[in-house]
Write a protein that binds this ligand. Sequence first.
Ligand SMILES: Nc1ncnc2c1ncn2[C@@H]1O[C@H](COP(=O)(O)OP(=O)(O)OP(=O)(O)O)[C@@H](O)[C@H]1O
Length: 126
Amino acid sequence: MNTDYKDRNHKKWMGLKYAVQGVKHVFQTEKNFKTHFSMSIIVIILGFFLRVSLVEWAVLFTIMALVISLEMINSSIERIMDYLSPEWHSIVGDIKDIAAGAVLLAAVSSIIIGCLIFLPKLIALF
Ligand SMILES: Nc1ncnc2c1ncn2[C@@H]1O[C@H](COP(=O)(O)OP(=O)(O)OP(=O)(O)O)[C@@H](O)[C@H]1O
């Protein structure tokens, strides 16, 4: 019983370790991920500087997490398709384009949200 609990706990931590490895891997290999990550850091710094409200923080973190998560899923889909179908095929192209389109939609939304939250505060500074 006790060993069983320890085993489950160990597996849980190993799962977390692999997930962190996944984030590290995508950070090291995907240029777009680095761009989204850097943009998120800038947004957080700007958020502190412009004293955004709790609700605004919640909106900003939700959209940042969405963009970064979609970028990771997109990278994952690209790898799956390259592994399953290394040859050129229009359906593979469609699948990759759709996954990339999802990231684009979220990224455009994040720019709009950033403008809605930050622009009035920046304008008020001048
Ligand atoms: N096997 C394929 N068959 C058909 N089209 C493909 C294939 N591989 C890539 N493409 C086309 O090339 C585009 C770029 O694919 P690629 O796998 O090189 O992604 P990427 O340039 O690394 O994307 P990202 O910048 O998001 O990482 C795809 O969106 C798709 O239109």
